[in-house]
Design a protein around this ligand. Structure first.
Ligand code: CO
Length: 145
């Protein structure tokens, strides 16, 4: 699948909640997104980046694959870390961005099961980055530190 680049307006839309994770369209999209993320050597990919304005993203970190449907950040640590971050939709740019070091996220997995995860470090950053995509926010929109 083709990855959209900034300034495509789909990247700035707030994505819609998925009503049924088991819908054929969603089930077919998930493996295509995983393949696209891996081909682009990205840490994550959000559905708006491939032109679908729905709340779905995939992340692969340390060999573990996460499929997140309707993810919600439930808590964020006071401790923030600034690290340079890139984005497949903003090629060639690395921007220092401040993010919480630890977060708790609730989501549905690809089977529609309720999941929660506590993530820290790079994984927590990836979750925050992809959830930003679902809200139409790109790294170039974040206040630079
Ligand atoms: Co991105």
């Amino acid at each position: 699948m083709e990855i959209l680049h900034e300034p495509n307006p789909i990247l700035r839309k707030k994505a819609k909640k998925i009503k049924n994770p088991l819908d054929k369209e969603i089930q077919e999209l998930i493996p295509q997104m995983i393949e696209t993320m891996r081909a682009a050597k990205g840490l994550g990919l959000a559905a708006p980046q491939i032109g679908k304005s729905i709340r779905l993203c995939v992340i692969e970190e340390s060999g573990i694959l996460y499929v997140l449907i309707n993810p919600q950040i439930k808590s964020t640590s006071m401790e923030k870390i600034i690290t340079e971050e890139g984005c497949l939709s903003v090629p060639g740019k690395w921007i220092p961005i401040e993010r919480s070091d630890e977060i708790k996220v609730r989501y549905l997995n690809e089977k529609g099961e309720k999941c929660k995860i506590k993530a820290r470090g790079l994984l927590a950053r990836a979750f925050q980055h992809e959830i930003d995509h679902l809200n139409g926010i790109l790294i170039i929109d974040k206040k630079q530190k």
